[in-house]
Write a protein that binds this ligand. Structure first.
Ligand code: ATP
Length: 262
């Protein structure tokens, strides 16, 4: 971890803390008064209907969005108050995987995996790597962890959706962040590939102790693969519970078209 950051962080420091966070887009309020703490090593699923605010919350956690009001603290730093250099250091500790993978299709897999080094590598090294791939061992190890080592030099657009999501996860592993965010990582995959990616994310988080926060539509995976489940409804937290305590009534209320009975 970067020196500046490691001096203030210990195992009890929350990875994420949101204090009275509200997010508006024009007149529309996407999140309202969110208070939330996520500790190191937790596996948290964000669930809720379309438009509930899950992706907005993920964008606040990785700093691509700053809140309209309230505070987002990542690794004990208020993101809105950081100088750009320290903000980048904090953001490097958060890796994000997206539904649409966010890969460069016409590049070979190794280059997409090595994109996990960007921000740490110099411009020269990054440019050189596009001609002579750098740190091949690290990329190979990450691909091996996600089970597709043989695809190291394949063109990315020749891979299946499930394999491309594995490349995106390998890129995050190379980045070696403290927390992994996954924004609907299985929405464009078939049921079998979805299960494989869910198993992989759970395994990686378990093996490495990395915090994992995933937005999901599939409530059954939230239950089976995560310890803690946060239900968002119309931009508010409806429940924040352990997976074992999630009841059918809570699920019904989360998705019902009427006001919840909780
Ligand atoms: N950049 C933006 N500009 C305007 N409105 C936005 C923006 N981003 C999100 N919204 C709105 O905020 C609300 C929450 O969106 P968000 O994408 O966070 O929901 P979600 O729970 O992730 O939904 P889905 O499951 O469909 O992805 C939606 O009504 C959406 O239209």
């Amino acid at each position: 971890m970067d020196g500046n950051l490691s001096r203030t962080i210990n195992s009890a420091t929350p990875i994420f803390e949101l204090k009275n966070v509200t997010q508006r887009f024009g007149h529309f309020q996407s999140l309202t008064d969110i208070n939330l703490k996520i500790q190191p090593g937790e596996r948290v699923a964000l669930v809720g209907s379309s438009g509930a605010g899950k992706s907005t919350l993920i964008s606040l956690l990785n700093g691509t969005l700053l809140p309209t009001s309230g505070e987002v603290w990542v690794l004990d730093r208020n993101l809105a108050q950081l100088r750009p250099k320290l903000q980048r250091q904090v953001q490097r500790q958060i890796g994000t995987v997206y539904q649409q993978f966010h890969l460069v299709d016409n590049l070979r897999v190794i280059h997409n995996v090595n994109a996990g080094h960007l921000g740490r590598w110099s411009f020269f090294k990054a440019a050189l790597s596009l001609i002579w791939p750098q740190e091949v061992e690290t990329a190979a190890q990450a691909l091996s962890q996600v089970g597709i080592l043989e695809k190291l030099y394949s063109r990315t657009d020749q891979l299946s959706g499930g394999q491309q999501q594995r490349v995106a996860i390998a890129r995050v592993l190379v980045q070696n962040p403290m927390a992994i965010l996954a924004d609907e990582p299985i929405s464009s995959l078939d049921p079998e590939r979805s299960r494989e990616i869910m198993d992989l994310l759970r395994h990686l988080s378990h093996e490495t102790g990395k915090t994992l926060v995933t937005s999901l539509h599939a409530i059954e995976f939230a239950r089976s693969h995560y310890q803690r489940i946060i239900g968002l409804r119309q931009g508010r937290i409806l429940f924040d519970t352990s997976a074992e305590s999630l009841s059918p009534t809570m699920i019904e209320d989360l998705y019902s078209l009427n006001s919840p009975s909780l």
